[in-house]
Design a binder for this molecule. Structure first.
Ligand SMILES: NC(=O)c1ccc[n+]([C@@H]2O[C@H](COP(=O)([O-])OP(=O)(O)OC[C@H]3O[C@@H](n4cnc5c(N)ncnc54)[C@H](OP(=O)(O)O)[C@@H]3O)[C@@H](O)[C@H]2O)c1
Length: 338
């Protein structure tokens, strides 16, 4: 069995989970942990039991190593494009933390670099490996909901000084907007469930707290290429515990989170609840990174493009950028963006 060398870059909150997830797959070996400050990389190495990993502050030095096959990009959002482009040019496969980029030009440039290099990518919309997502996708594919005509996903996560990345992600330069910073998880979920791309976006935004340099709450209504409608909420101003709410309406049935009512179950008189693991925590230790990381390794081994590759995720990011344009300019925005 071939093993792949992994370098994790940007040693903060999420990096430790990437290290643990790669280390738990026999096909991967964490060889390097790098960051702006060596002490941060050393701390993650220590906490995850990787005292033998190379500790670096220079990403180019990491990428020049032959024993590194994969780069996990865990730096602040604005650095993802340059980190990803550098990795792709060095021939490394890339696990890109979300959001992949904060602006269209960077997003397209990194997509081009990845395409040219022919490396595999996964954008870390990690909820795709949450068990409720599996339940929902199974109900959709077995026809329990019929034709999905309306989908709603709410990302409700009050971010504040208590949150690991708050200091930089609250700024317009590094956090940018509610959807790009975090609510992009909801937009990705909408696309995953509808199995379609967003073609039109209309959005409003409001500041529900004084914690951000941009409106912390934004809501988008969108149209999908397959005719369905969608609604996504990104609420970073919330005063209550984290919630990720999913409502899916089809012509044969409805799913509200893990509750289902379907005409394919004759005699059903009320919603049935399916016991599963809900996406009900904003804590990275609760996120299913194991499934995501093993999926990237599967893609590398098979040569197949991921269902959540950078190319696939372009539409998610364009929709988030379109929502910001729509809210700022008070108009409907069509995708793809010009
Ligand atoms: N998929 C998910 O559900 C999920 C969950 C959490 C986070 N994330 C994403 O992961 C990324 C990191 O988030 P986080 O919560 O881990 O933030 P974080 O705790 O602030 O970690 C980011 C780390 O990057 C390092 N860094 C900053 N500037 C750097 C530079 N120029 N070069 C190299 N390293 C640099 C910092 O370490 P130093 O001490 O070395 O400066 C910092 O510890 C974000 O994009 C976030 O959206 C995704």
């Amino acid at each position: 069995m071939r093993t792949y060398g992994v370098a994790v870059h940007g040693a903060g909150w999420v990096a430790a989970e990437h290290v643990r997830a790669f280390a738990a797959d026999a096909r991967a070996r964490v060889v390097s942990i790098s960051s702006r400050r060596a002490e941060s990389a050393e701390r993650v190495a220590r906490e995850t039991g990787h005292a033998d990993a190379l500790i670096e502050t220079d990403l180019d030095a990491v990428l020049s190593r032959d024993d590194v096959d994969i780069l996990a990009v865990c730096t602040p959002h604005d650095l993802h494009p340059e980190n990803t482009t550098a990795a792709a040019r060095a021939g490394k496969h890339v696990l890109i933390e979300k959001p992949a980029a904060l602006d269209l030009a960077s997003l397209r440039a990194m997509r081009d670099a990845v395409e040219e290099a022919g490396v595999r990518t996964v954008v870390s919309f990690v909820l795709r490996w949450n068990p409720l997502f599996d339940v929902i996708r199974a109900q959709l594919s077995n026809g329990a909901l019929g034709r999905l005509f309306m989908a709603e996903v709410d990302y409700v996560h009050g971010l504040g000084p208590w949150y690991a990345q708050y200091e930089w992600s609250r700024t317009a330069v590094q956090g940018r907007s509610s959807f790009l910073n975090a609510g992009c998880h909801a937009v990705d979920a909408l696309r995953y469930f509808t199995d379609s791309d967003i073609v039109e976006v209309s959005a409003y935004a409001v500041s529900g707290s004084d914690r951000f340099e941009y409106p912390g709450t934004s809501v988008m209504i969108c149209k999908f290429a397959n005719g369905a409608l969608g609604k996504a909420l990104s609420n970073l101003d919330d005063a209550a515990p984290y919630k990720f709410r999913i409502s899916l309406y089809g012509d044969e049935g409805t799913m509200l989170d893990n509750r289902i009512f379907s005409r394919t179950l004759p005699g059903q008189t009320d919603y049935a609840e399916i016991p599963t693991v809900l996406p009900d925590s904003g804590d990275v230790s609760h996120h299913p990174f194991q499934g995501e990381v093993s999926h990237l390794l599967d893609c590398i081994e098979s040569g197949e493009e991921s269902h959540v590759s950078l190319a696939n995720s372009m539409n998610t990011h364009e929709a988030c950028i379109a929502a910001d344009i729509s809210a700022a300019e008070g108009r409907v925005v069509e995708l793809p963006l010009p």
